[in-house]
Design a protein around this ligand. Structure first.
Ligand code: ATP
Ligand code: MG
Length: 183
């Protein structure tokens, strides 16, 4: 498992101003009144790990993650989320042979998303594989949203097997095999 060390948001949903949160080892709690942005933070993590479904982000289209304006602040045209990762245990794929990683995703209105890892442009797929190999990711069972617990109880055996494979850290290999077979 790869550890998150910090999360930076700018123009993402309700986080219009640049915001940085340090994520210390151990347990982190996010508390605050209804509508203050707790779920938006978790969605920022999901998004920077390569989420492709706008619906998973509670939006109609991906541009909806960009700050849409309020009565006293204009909308933005750019959103950016950056996550710092502790790779000292080398949980990421071997090409990332460095202790600290920074993954950045940005989206421009009407232009789609772009990703960078430690300053280098990469594909969405590379980011998704990085997190899949580290046994996490946008669709990982580590992110449990409302309704998921019931869905797991009712899951078919094949779906449960997927969870075990993810916990064992081999789901990245399956993704690669699938990609190779498509070529
Ligand atoms: P609860 O305790 O009810 O679960 P929460 O802390 O999880 O609340 P969120 O759902 O994260 O709150 O935040 C909701 C707020 O984010 C709403 O006020 C909504 O208007 C705002 N919001 C969501 N998307 C955008 C956007 N694109 N631009 C501006 N504000 C947005
Ligand atoms: Mg919420």
């Amino acid at each position: 498992m790869i550890a998150f060390t910090r999360l930076r948001l700018s123009g993402f949903k309700s986080f219009v101003d640049a915001t940085e949160l340090l994520i210390e080892p151990g347990m982190t709690g996010v508390v605050g009144p209804n509508g203050c942005g707790k779920s938006n933070l978790i969605e920022a993590l999901r998004w920077v790990m390569g989420e492709t479904s706008a619906r998973q982000m509670r939006g109609g289209e991906m541009d909806d993650v960009i700050f849409g304006g309020t009565s006293n602040r204009p909308a933005r045209n750019l959103a950016e989320v950056s996550v710092g990762l502790d790779n000292s245990k080398r949980s990421a794929p071997p090409q990332y042979d460095i202790d600290e990683l920074e993954v950045i995703r940005r989206i421009e209105r009407g232009q789609g998303s772009a990703y960078r890892v430690n300053g280098k442009d990469v594909r969405a797929r590379d980011v998704q594989l990085l997190f899949a190999d580290a046994s996490t990711g946008a669709r990982s069972s580590g992110l449990v949203s409302q309704g998921r617990v019931g869905a797991l109880i009712n899951a078919k055996p094949a779906e449960r097997r997927g969870l075990l494979e993810e916990a064992a850290g081999i789901s990245g290999l399956y993704s690669r095999r699938h990609e190779a077979e498509l070529r």
